[in-house]
Design a protein around this ligand. Structure first.
Ligand code: NAD
Length: 482
């Protein structure tokens, strides 16, 4: 047993069944997580529904509660980070940053404006546009940043007045269950319910009649299923899905300057970031220098157990993903590319893979065309910038991208032509709570973060107060009776 239980209606909800959680640094089951039953899912939505009536009424109380949530996260960061590292694999320092980041997100939303907007104030009427909560939210998260991506939903959804049932990935359920327990003191019962189970639990959530909104982060394939499942009763959906981010290096870039930042943008969280750099387009003239500089970065990085303070990269999170990354690299190499460094699993228990730079990868190979979501970066040569932009855009993905150059204005022009939700110049993965984040094309529907992300957890209500003595509106109804 992990000792962590589901939290439903503010109380621990013991289960009959459990499932094993693997530590990716060992490949061994180290804890059990509760398996939510259908009846418990009903109870969780019921609790969220009951809590909604009062939670949705008091904005000041919600702001205060979110600040309290942040304090609880900060005060318990060490224990939560230890759980996160054990189940996810990331180094403790990164896990701690994820916990603190989650608190920062709560603080940001706790202070975000939610005032009505006056659009008419004259003799005829006073008209205000309000943002009303939607109701109960079903929130589903992936395994790469279980906490932070959870709080990208919790903070705006709760601030807007919604209540929530949150399900993490079965690969990383424990840290979410832990925060559910810790926050039972900070939030009224039923406002945030944390449950765990397999993929089928996610499908039960999206087809359940109570939630009015599904906020989902995960793969494109699952996102399409979520959209289909939410459609029959017209639940609102936000889908944050996969990416295959291109980085385009322009011919005036200095390889020594850009390579370190490109490496960081590609290998953060061991490449398991939706908006990590997943393919690099380099001009022929810079090819050798960029490859050499990236190889030097890859060979300098320490890979190891996340509990070892010298580790900068941990293992890949889970067995299927480990096999996928291995397969994609092997496939690229059999297609004529070469591993300039790395290229294989590290010979030790767990899901460790060498940081890999794949040179000479071709468009059309799966490593370039699909999302690898792991520590293997293909370098693709171009001779013509127009064709590089076309190839960068020539996929169903559209999460983010970056352009690298000594000439910022030139880079900005190219970045503006990328078909993606975030276009960076001379950096990658710069994100913050006030910055909108979302995907073009198959990379998503809707936005998270900033006022845009808050809006996604609201319905728009126009509140029209007539000021005419007879209640007839001179621009429409009055014409019918004159
Ligand atoms: P996944 O789609 O396999 O699973 C995500 C979540 O969905 C898990 O909690 C899973 O249990 C649940 N799920 C599975 N089947 C479901 C169904 N039919 N209905 C409802 N829920 C279901 O994704 P993953 O492997 O956990 O995460 C990796 C993917 O997530 C990558 O593609 C990555 O790019 C993407 N991602 C996107 C963002 C973003 O903000 N755009 C952020 C992080 C990760």
């Amino acid at each position: 047993m992990s000792g962590f239980q589901m939290t439903i209606g503010g109380a621990a909800a013991p289960t009959e069944g459990n499932f094993g959680v693997i530590n990716p640094a060992t490949g061994e089951v180290f804890a059990e997580a509760p398996q939510c039953s259908r009846a418990q899912l009903d109870a969780a939505f019921d609790a969220a529904h009951k809590a909604y009536a009062s939670w949705s009424q008091d904005l000041d109380a919600r702001r205060a509660a979110l600040l309290k949530v942040a304090d609880v996260l900060f005060a318990n960061a060490e224990q939560i980070a230890a759980t996160l590292t054990a189940e996810q694999g990331k180094p403790l320092a990164d896990a701690t940053i994820e916990v603190f980041g989650s608190g920062v997100w709560c603080q940001y939303f706790a202070n975000l404006e939610l005032a009505p907007q006056v659009i008419q104030d004259d003799d005829t009427a006073f008209v205000e546009v309000h943002r009303r909560p939607i109701g109960v939210v079903a929130a589903i998260t992936p395994w790469n940043f279980p906490l932070l991506l959870g709080f990208w939903k919790i903070a705006p959804a709760l601030l807007a007045g919604n209540t929530m049932v949150l399900k993490p990935s079965p690969y990383t359920p424990l840290s979410t269950l832990q925060i559910g327990e810790l926050l039972a003191e900070a939030l009224p019962e039923g406002v945030l319910n944390t449950i765990s189970g397999g993929d089928e639990l996610g499908a039960w959530m999206t087809s359940h009649p109570v939630p009015r909104k599904v906020s989902f982060t995960g793969s494109i394939a699952t996102g399409k299923k979520v959209a289909a499942s939410a459609a029959p009763d017209l639940k609102r959906v936000t889908l944050e899905l996969g990416g295959n981010d291109p980085a385009i290096v322009l011919d005036d870039a200095d390889p020594a300057v850009v390579a370190r930042a490109i490496f960081a943008g590609a290998f953060a969280n061991n490449g398991q970031v939706c908006s990590a750099i997943k393919r690099v387009y380099v001009p022929e003239a810079l090819h050798d220098d960029i490859v050499d500089a990236l190889v030097a970065c890859a060979e300098a990085v320490t890979v190891g157990d996340g509990t070892d303070p010298t580790s900068k990269l941990g293992p890949i999170n889970n067995g299927p993903q480990f096999e996928r990354v291995k397969g994609l690299v092997a496939d690229a190499i059999s297609g004529g590319a070469r591993a300039a460094t790395g290229g294989k699993a590290i010979d030790r228990p767990g899901y460790f893979f060498e940081p890999t730079i794949v040179d000479g990868a071709l468009d059309g190979s799966a490593l370039v065309d699909e999302e690898q979501f792991g520590p293997a970066l293909p370098i693709i040569t171009y001779s013509n910038l127009e064709s590089a932009i076309e190839r960068a855009n020539g996929t169903h993905y559209g999460l983010s991208g970056s352009v690298w150059s000594a000439d910022v204005q030139r880079a900005e022009q190219v970045a503006g032509r990328l078909e993606c939700g975030t276009a960076w110049v001379n950096t990658h993965l710069a994100l913050g709570p006030s910055q909108p984040f979302g995907g073009f094309k198959w990379s998503g529907v809707g936005i998270e973060n900033g006022p845009w992300g808050l809006s996604e957890f609201t319905e728009v209500q126009a509140l029209y107060r007539s000021r005419t003595s007879d209640g007839l509106n001179p621009t429409s109804a009055a014409n019918l009776v004159s």
